[in-house]
Design a binder for this molecule. Structure first.
Ligand SMILES: Nc1ncnc2c1ncn2[C@@H]1O[C@H](COP(=O)(O)OP(=O)(O)OP(=O)(O)O)[C@@H](O)[C@H]1O
Length: 244
């Protein structure tokens, strides 16, 4: 089953093309890593898919619903953990989770129950009463992802989830993401190539607003005739035509 399909998805900002005629299919339950150098169009793609930015032309369907004509249905089945950690700094871990459940329509009682479940699932028991701003960067990111999960999305967008984290915190977060694999469709953007290689089922590489390659990390290594994924990325991120 296809979770996400885009057709000629395009975004222009004042005549400048950020994403150009993107045609992409992502399977349900897949962890799809969207890669590309700065300015390649990854965030703009995620923004269009999550209904935060309107396409200039083209369309995308998430679980069959169009981002152009059916944005409410799309929003009901997705959630985003944005690049900037989206936690309320003065609220506790517990309060952040309850607040997010409330935003997604839970009653007070349901929100309390969901927060309790989340605290146990993500190992927040010892820090539940702490203000978010007192947490380390790694735990703030963990909380940010847990908040995105509280609405039980079928599609989760993780925009650079480990940006700026030290290697231990990053590996910890990988374990968290690995546990989610298969239970929902996950779209991950990252500049850490070993993260994409280690976590993803499939990788898409964008360059100058276009998709230049798509496949498993191994397929891309073979296609680029390199030994390492990083070298394959460097080759493929520079190309302008779509290769499958
Ligand atoms: N709101 C905006 N207004 C004008 N131009 C924009 C806007 N958002 C993005 N762009 C431009 O669109 C292009 C794609 O940007 P985008 O942020 O999608 O790239 P990215 O691959 O996510 O980059 P990064 O890895 O740096 O986050 C860039 O040239 C950027 O300057």
């Amino acid at each position: 089953m296809i979770a996400i399909r885009t057709k000629q998805l395009t975004k222009k900002y004042k005549g400048k093309i950020a994403v150009s005629s993107l045609n992409l299919e992502i399977e349900q339950g897949e962890l799809f890593a969207l890669l590309g150098v700065n300015g390649a169009g990854k965030s703009t793609t995620i923004k269009m898919l999550s209904c935060l930015a309107k396409p200039t032309s083209g369309d995308a369907w998430l679980l069959g619903h169009s981002v152009v004509s059916d944005a409410l249905k799309v929003k009901a089945s997705i959630n985003v953990s944005p690049q900037e950690t989206a936690v309320a700094p003065n609220l506790s871990v517990w309060e952040n989770l309850e607040l997010m459940a409330g935003i997604h329509g839970s009653t007070r009682k349901e929100a309390r129950q969901k927060a309790t479940e989340c605290i146990s699932t993500f190992g927040f028991a010892d820090i539940a009463g702490k203000q978010a701003k007192a947490l380390s960067g790694g735990w703030q990111r963990r909380l940010s992802i847990a908040m995105a999960l509280i609405s039980a999305p079928q599609i989760l967008f993780l925009d650079e989830p480990t940006l700026g984290l030290d290697v231990l915190a990053r590996r910890d977060l990988w374990k968290m993401i690995e546990k989610l694999k298969g239970s929902m469709t996950i779209i991950l953007t990252t500049h850490y190539l070993e993260e994409a290689e280690s976590l993803s089922d499939k990788v898409g590489i964008m360059a100058k607003g276009e998709l230049t390659a798509i496949g498993t990390a191994q397929e891309l290594i073979s296609r680029a005739q390199t030994t390492h994924f990083e070298d394959a990325f460097i080759k493929l991120a520079g190309e302008g035509d779509i290769r499958r």
